[in-house]
Design a protein around this ligand. Structure first.
Ligand SMILES: [Zn+2]
Length: 794
């Protein structure tokens, strides 16, 4: 899902139990402060299902659930009625006595955990939409009406509904390796997405009295059962998305005959639901070089006026998917373009109302193809036959093969002119890349979304950044650049990335921005592209069409690269520390040659460098006794205290004679021995990226691995032996590491640049007498902008 503020703002107070042992003994403190301690004692013990290398084990298993569903959309009442036959194949080694299903629509019941457990923030300035949501969520009669649950033989099955979960008790235990078929009938009221929010819903267009439906989480779906969690039947309370099993789908969708339907899977009956012209255009699109229009803007406008009383049933099949979603409307323009590359043979398709143009016809299908092309480089070939982007009320949400994306141009109601902001343009391209990208994570690399948001959002946002940067020069990506995450990293109301989806604070920064940035830093600064790309691809390949956990990711990244990254994952994923490495003192040493002539001269020079005491300066020109009586001067006035004696020279010559040549050479070495102190103020251990400038103007870059902090994570010093004199130092001058305070990164220090505003104090004074006597306008009068301004002031 694209992260944006929902109509409701979740305000959760979370007590985070730290990972690290906090104690008072010395030994415990050492454990807590050892940032290089291996993660193996925190990660689950490897077994035959999940190996210590991070790959699926030789006994890895997962369940398979196939669905055959019929659904009918009532466009007059915005109501859905359906029935499904679900085949549950138990591939686990366990015997199951019941099956859990997810009833996500029950989130919309007024007494749902989602509605009741929502903590409130104070109401002060609240948008119309938000207040409308607050009021409507109390009145809306949502949630499933389950009307029938039977076994394959027609016998009723006992079931219990607990919030968004339904337990169906099996007539006899389902043994390992066997399967069972069940039949369920249900109906529910769809909700207006703009009012109640969420990842699906309908949009109503007042001007032409039409509806656009984006339908998801619409059928009772099997809860995932797997080796780490058992049944993942944690209630759906809004943030933690859907943890699902792979299976094959056969879905028949009945809608008004003048609707166009977009769905997960391949259309099975084009002759029945499409016109001959549409089928011809689709055929042409397969090998087209640019999108081919299947339903034109003019045809869509015609359709908007139609009110068919007949229905059509669209039949789709999808293989090896973990979910199924669809969209339906008579407003859809539809374009398509085939994409073939390596193992991919896919029809990229976009569905959007006229309201979406001119943006959508220009960018949507192109962005779908761009995503498959770019993501495949880092993961695997896109395996599905279609990839769809639909414009509707949902801001951004992913389902297998189909995505819902929100941005649209702005219509000037007076002039009819359509324009779009920079933010809308890049928001649209970005959200399509993001949502189509979710096909890879978590639709195919099927992580447990209800538990870990970062496993799909973080990895996906990272690849989104790479794909955006390949779209156009200097694409303004919101997330991924190290410098963009520093203000979040400094903030106080944070929890670690390794926090359950429902308890995350600052959701977008925590689960999208921070992991995406962390992966960029791993790739560019710590591992290098060659090692990182191989390991990341290995993770994607190992876990495609399987269910990985965080440890499988952490372990694979090390297993495939021979880089110990435990310190990195520990710091970035298990703590809220930030990066702030500061330059401390710089010490300069040179070797003592032991030659009295050289050394005394060096001492004298050093002494001369010292400033003269103020009194001596002011005494200049005063009367001096020895000026008048030079006979008072003697040997010590002729030779200062830095004078070499013959005794010292004899001693030096004698001891020098005993030295071997290499030892003599070292004494003559004129190199500078610099010892530079570094302080870790932020807590995260990171490589030190040091830029050195020399007196002759030349520069050198030194990369000190993070391991320099392994014995003391707070203060370290580094020796640099250089012939040339160092005149300046800088840490992380390219802002690669998300260092939150770069002002302590320079020697010599630099001024901190910023601007302050000068403004004229100009507040309109309230004058009730003046305002009271103003002429009262009738409601028919046109209010000028000036009137509005005055209204704002009061
Ligand atoms: Zn997302």
């Amino acid at each position: 899902m694209k992260h944006s503020l929902s109509p409701f703002i979740l305000s959760l107070t979370v007590a985070f139990t730290g990972l690290f042992i906090t104690g008072t003994t010395q030994a415990q403190n050492t454990i807590a402060s050892d940032k290089f301690r291996q993660l193996s004692e925190v990660l689950p013990t490897p077994n035959t299902y999940r190996t210590a290398s991070g790959a699926p084990g030789h006994e890895y298993w997962q369940q398979q659930v196939d669905y055959s569903i019929k659904i009918k959309l009532d466009d007059k009442k915005q109501h859905l009625t359906g029935n499904e036959t679900l085949r549950y194949k138990n591939n686990s080694p366990d015997t199951l006595r019941y099956i859990w299903l997810q009833l996500d629509q029950n989130k919309h019941m007024s007494n749902s955990d989602y509605n009741v457990s929502r903590a409130s923030s104070k109401l002060k300035k609240v948008t119309f939409n938000r207040v409308r949501g607050m009021v409507e969520s109390q009145k809306f009669e949502g949630g499933y009406n389950i009307t029938k649950v039977t076994a394959n033989n027609g016998k009723k099955l006992h079931y219990v509904i607990n919030g968004t979960m339904m337990r169906i008790d099996l007539p006899s235990p389902l043994k390992s390796g066997s399967d069972i078929k069940m039949h369920i009938e249900w109906n529910y009221q769809l909700h207006e997405q703009k009012v109640l929010g969420g990842r699906s819903g309908y949009e109503y267009f007042k001007e032409d009295d039409n509806y656009l439906y984006e339908v998801a989480s619409w059928f009772p779906r099997a809860v995932a059962y797997y080796d780490v969690m058992g049944w993942q039947n944690k209630q759906f309370i809004g943030s933690g998305e859907f943890t699902l099993e792979f299976g094959d789908y056969d879905v028949k969708i009945t809608v008004p005959a003048d609707h166009i339907v977009a769905a997960t899977g391949v259309l099975q009956n084009p002759k029945k639901v499409l016109t001959k012209t549409q089928r011809k255009r689709l055929d042409k699109a397969k090998k087209a070089k640019k999108p081919v229009i299947i339903v034109t803007a003019e045809e869509a406008l015609e359709n908007e006026k139609s009110r068919s009383t007949k229905t059509k049933t669209w039949h789709f099949k999808a293989k090896n998917v973990r979910d199924f979603a669809f969209a339906s409307s008579r407003k859809f323009i539809w374009d398509a373009q085939g994409y073939q590359h390596n193992g991919t043979n896919t029809m990229a398709m976009s569905y959007y109302p006229n309201e979406g143009n001119p943006l959508w016809e220009q960018y949507s299908t192109e962005a779908i193809i761009h995503t498959m092309e770019q993501y495949s480089k880092f993961t695997f070939d896109y395996p599905y036959p279609v990839s769809i982007s639909v414009n509707g009320p949902v801001g951004g949400m992913e389902y297998p093969m189909i995505t819902f994306n929100g941005p649209r141009p702005t219509l000037d109601k007076k002039t009819g002119e359509k324009t779009y902001s920079r933010r809308t343009k890049y928001g649209l391209v970005g959200v399509i890349i993001h949502e189509v990208g979710h096909n890879y994570f978590p639709m195919i690399v099927n992580s447990d979304e209800r538990q870990w948001t970062w496993m799909d959002e973080g990895l996906n946002t990272f690849l989104q950044f790479l794909a955006e940067q390949a779209w156009e020069d200097d694409y303004p990506s919101r997330r991924g650049d190290a410098a963009n995450i520093t203000s979040y990293m400094k903030s106080t109301n944070q929890v670690p990335i390794m926090t359950n989806s429902e308890s995350i604070l600052q959701f977008g920064n925590n689960a999208y921005g921070k992991p995406a940035t962390a992966l960029n830093i791993l790739r560019e600064t710590i591992m290098g592209r060659e090692l990182f790309d191989f390991a990341f691809k290995e993770y994607a390949q190992r876990w495609k069409f399987k269910r990985p956990t965080p440890s499988d990711f952490f372990r694979t990244m090390e297993d495939a690269s021979a880089v110990d990254l435990d310190w990195f994952f520990r710091g970035w994923f298990y703590t809220t520390d930030n990066v702030d490495i500061a330059l401390g003192n710089i010490h300069l040493y040179t070797a003592d040659s032991q030659n009295p002539d050289t050394e005394e001269a060096w001492e004298r020079a050093l002494d001369n460098e010292k400033p003269t005491f103020i009194s001596k300066i002011l005494n200049k020109g005063q009367w001096i006794r020895t000026h008048d009586k030079p006979e008072l001067l003697d040997f010590y006035n002729e030779h200062d205290k830095f004078t070499a004696t013959n005794a010292a020279r004899n001693k030096y010559n004698k001891s020098n004679k005993k030295l071997e040549q290499w030892q003599k050479d070292l004494l003559l070495n004129q190199s500078n021995f610099y010892i530079i102190d570094f302080e870790n103020k932020g807590g995260l251990v990171m490589p030190i990226l040091l830029d050195i400038t020399y007196a002759d103007g030349s520069q050198e870059h030194v990369k000190i691995p993070a391991e320099i902090w392994r014995k003391n994570s707070k203060k370290v010093s580094k020796l640099l032996v250089r012939d040339k004199e160092i005149t300046a130092l800088a840490i992380d001058s390219k802002w690669e590491t998300a260092d939150v305070d770069v002002n302590n990164n320079y020697w010599p220090a630099r001024p901190i640049k910023s601007r302050f505003d000068i403004y004229k104090f100009n507040k309109t004074k309230k004058d009730m007498m003046r305002d009271y006597n103003k002429e009262l306008k009738s409601l028919d009068d046109e209010y000028s902008e000036d009137d509005e301004k005055e209204d704002d002031d009061s």
